[in-house]
Design a protein around this ligand. Structure first.
Ligand code: ZN
Ligand code: ZN
Length: 473
């Protein structure tokens, strides 16, 4: 292309102006956030290093292979803590420790359901976490169908005396998983609603979106003062089958046998590792995932992935030879699945240091790519979030609502107590195909997507920990 001298001069002047404006803008940003151009460049370098391949795959491969399923309160969860402490120490993290606590124990026993009439056949079920068992060899009763939790609530008290309630629902896949909360209510409260009507057990359609014969488990709760009845989920194809039988209009009878074991006290704990801050060691930025899983699969996407992503991000910072100003605290939470018990215990143990907790987030929504960043922080904090957004954009992460944080479940107690948070939102379109089922296994994880997550977490972790701003609104 032919360029005149005059045009070349104009381009040169424009380039110089751009550099000057850029430098001035950088200096202003540095003052407002504490993040020097060198610090931002360091975050960019860590991000690119993560994309070239991180430790995350090896971590989730090892956790799911060497420990396997790790139900809260069991010997397997204790082995997971030992595994994590040993690995984190070997990696060179500081202040690696377990903060122990106890939880009510629960373990699955034998589980069996059979449709006895009108068309005898076995059904695929899984007990819901915390459910009581059936008496003796099981119970046999008429099955009464409801199309929703609302329909069950509306039925007359006494109308289910001696019967088993079956409740369906219409949960659909969404990118952000937002319908899980609504439809999941059935799993959490369905047993007590059915018991209030006189039911002796409840079967629900799995709170999941797959079309395999893998029923979904998950924690349930009994209401005070209501008889405790067994609760189990039917796989989606089995629920479809039941609903076809319902349409044939004949009375249905089911045999249900479940033998879980409960105990009043079982051990759990949060595993903590740190990179101590170089200037403000008392100020804490939290990342992490939960170490416990359900017992059906090996807890690869829920939440071996989150453990691996956040540990790999912290390890990149550890190996970079630069410490951030603030302490980066990696928390591998215990007993998440059974009621965020690790999260509540952490708040109880650290309430005094709440003001020194600067910001936090957790990875607990599978292993798919991150597509959005949401936050809810102070204007000063927003300046840091804007820098994060710039660095995340090349990863395919677009800024979402800056008036809606989210944090991951284990930080909910801390966030409710005032901890600022943000969320690196993963694509959850397929999450509930696998979540809490036998199918939550390592083969479902794409190492490239995992590294994209690590890249996003390392940007967040470095910039939040190296900044000087107060993120509190
Ligand atoms: Zn989880
Ligand atoms: Zn879960």
């Amino acid at each position: 292309m032919f360029v005149t001298i005059a045009r070349a001069r104009r381009l040169l002047v424009a380039a110089l102006l751009l550099t000057a404006t850029g430098a001035a803008a950088d200096a202003a940003r540095d003052t407002a956030t504490g993040l020097s151009p060198a610090s931002i460049a360091h975050a960019r370098g860590l991000r690119d290093q993560a994309l070239d391949g991180s430790l995350a795959w090896d971590m989730v491969e090892a956790l799911t292979t060497e420990v396997g399923p790790r139900l809260a309160g069991t010997e397997a969860e204790a082995r997971a803590r030992d595994w994590a402490v040993q690995r984190l120490r070997a990696m060179g993290f500081e202040n690696v420790r377990v903060e122990p606590f106890t939880i009510p124990g629960w373990e699955r026993g034998e589980e069996r359901a059979v449709l006895l009439a009108p068309f005898p056949q076995p059904l695929e079920i899984t007990g819901l976490g915390g459910s009581v068992g059936t008496p003796g060899d099981g119970l046999e009763a008429e099955l009464v169908p409801f199309e929703s939790l609302a329909a069950l609530r509306a039925t007359a008290p006494g109308s289910l005396d001696g019967k088993i309630a079956y409740v369906s629902h219409a949960m659909q896949r969404t990118q952000d998983g937002s319908s899980y909360g609504f439809y999941g209510t059935l799993r959490r409260v369905g047993a007590s609603v059915a018991a209030e009507k006189g039911a002796v057990a409840i079967l629900i359609r799995s709170i999941g979106t797959d079309s395999h014969r893998f029923p979904h488990t998950g924690q349930m709760r009994y209401a005070e003062g209501v008889p405790r009845i067994p609760a189990a989920a039917l796989s989606n194809p089995d629920a479809d089958q039941i609903e076809r039988v319902v349409r044939r209009g004949q009375p249905m009878r089911v045999h249900l046998a479940m033998s879980p074991q409960a105990s009043s006290e079982a051990p759990s704990g949060n595993v903590i590792a740190e990179i101590v801050g170089r200037e403000r060691p008392e100020e804490i930025v939290i990342i992490g995932g939960h170490l416990d899983s359900w017992d059906l699969g090996t807890g690869a996407i829920d939440d071996g992935a989150g453990v691996a992503i956040t540990t790999a991000a912290a390890k990149l910072i550890l190996d970079s030879g630069q410490r951030p100003r603030r302490t980066l605290r990696l928390i591998l939470w215990g007993a998440e699945e059974v009621g965020l018990l690790g999260g509540y215990e952490y708040l109880r143990a650290h309430r005094e240091q709440l003001p020194q907790h600067i910001i936090g987030t957790e990875s607990d929504f599978g292993a798919e790519r991150i597509w959005q960043l949401t936050a809810q922080v102070s204007p000063a904090g927003q300046a840091v979030v804007d820098i994060m957004s710039e660095l995340l954009a090349p990863l395919g992460v677009a800024p979402g609502s800056m008036d809606k944080a989210g944090s991951g479940p284990d930080l909910v107690p801390m966030v409710e107590a005032g901890l600022p948070s943000l969320r690196l939102v993963q694509n959850g379109m397929d999450y509930f195909d696998l979540h809490h089922t036998h199918d939550d296994t390592l083969d479902k994880i794409d190492p490239v997507a995992l590294d994209q997550n690590v890249a996003a977490y390392v940007v967040f972790a470095w910039l939040a920990a190296d900044s000087t701003v107060n993120f509190r609104r």
